[in-house]
Design a protein around this ligand. Structure first.
Ligand SMILES: Nc1ncnc2c1ncn2[C@@H]1O[C@H](COP(=O)(O)OP(=O)(O)O)[C@@H](O)[C@H]1O
Ligand SMILES: [Mg+2]
Length: 311
């Protein structure tokens, strides 16, 4: 049943280079502690099972567009400025269209705006100027609650440092976001098991994250991200803490998910990881370019592999 070889050796678990922890904290806080939206349907059985987790909404905030010529995501002249002295323009008039089913790598030097762009795409942050559309729908006018619901229903996240909940089993980690996505309670377990089978971890469902290798943890994180059947998978340095073999396995999995129809966007500084995508976009000091295949080795040179740092 499992398509994944067991990864027998322990990886370093910590990450030394998570550049923007705040958005992740936003997600984890929502997953772990959110109270129900006002007037949200309360599912008592869910509360009992998941320590107060409630369904945010069961209806799609942004309905899926059926016409195929509408891009899944579109950034129009997006600028993100961080106030300060001097102000930092992390993104400068970025334009980007990504169609359903695409697989895109995002490369660029450290500080070039990659995570800022991913945070905006993931509705964890807002443009200072410009428009972000998902499936043709403008996101700028959505309330925070609506943004959280769209995020839960349409977007899966994978981060370098996995961000699993350490005191929850693998199964419970994967079950968590499904309450938010409004997935009926009686479907969640089967979907979680299916997602864990898909990443080759059905034999680990009752394990605690701390007992897993780095590659296994990232595969749990991927299962968690796709169990809700999102439209878009966003990954920020998903292999940054993994060794080469494990990284290959994780990226094989990303490729399989894309081949099954999921739109995938991966930030990476790793040449081999970036080259797996048929489309590569580059950020340079907040400006997005595409077309010339970048010399990826220049990005790789400035990163120290987290694994080596950890050992
Ligand atoms: N919350 C923030 N406040 C102020 N400056 C920020 C913030 N987040 C990112 N930046 C700045 O924006 C620029 C781009 O950052 P980031 O998107 O994290 O780059 P990358 O992911 O490519 O390394 C950097 O100069 C960074 O210091
Ligand atoms: Mg970053």
């Amino acid at each position: 049943m499992s398509r994944w070889p067991f990864v027998g050796h322990r990886q370093a678990s910590q990450s030394s280079q998570t550049s923007t922890p705040a958005p992740t904290e936003v997600i984890l806080r929502e997953v772990a502690e959110s109270s129900p939206a006002p007037n949200a349907p309360v599912d008592a059985a869910t509360s009992a099972q998941h320590d107060g987790l409630e369904i945010v909404t069961s209806s799609l905030i942004l309905p899926e567009t059926v016409t195929s010529d509408v891009p899944l995501i579109e950034l129009r002249d997006v600028t993100r400025s961080f106030p300060g002295d001097p102000e930092v323009q992390a993104l400068k008039a970025v334009n980007l269209k990504v169609n359903k089913g695409e697989y895109v790598s995002i490369v660029g030097h450290s500080g070039s705006g990659k995570s800022t762009m991913l945070n905006i795409l993931g509705l964890l942050d807002r443009p200072t100027v410009g428009e972000y559309r998902i499936d043709g729908h403008l996101t700028g006018s959505l309330s925070e609650e609506e943004r959280a619901a769209v995020r839960a229903q349409r977007i899966g996240f994978v981060f370098q440092a996995y961000h699993l909940m350490p005191r929850r089993s693998v199964l419970n980690n994967v079950l968590m976001p499904m309450a938010y996505a409004g997935i009926p309670r009686d479907e969640r377990h089967d979907r979680a098991v299916e997602a864990l089978e898909r990443v080759g971890l059905s034999h680990r469902i009752n394990f605690m994250p701390g007992t897993l290798s780095g590659g296994e943890r990232q595969r749990v994180a991927i299962a968690r991200a796709v169990a809700t059947r999102p439209s878009l998978l966003l990954a920020d340095e998903p292999t940054g803490a993994l060794d080469v073999n494990t990284s290959d396995q994780v990226m094989d999995l990303m490729g399989e998910l894309n081949a099954s129809g999921l739109t995938v966007m991966v930030i990476t500084h790793d040449v081999d990881v970036a080259a797996r995508a048929p489309r590569i976009v580059q950020l340079t000091d907040g400006r997005l370019t595409e077309g010339n295949v970048p010399d990826l080795s220049e990005f790789e040179a400035e990163f120290t592999p987290a694994l080596e740092v950890a050992e």
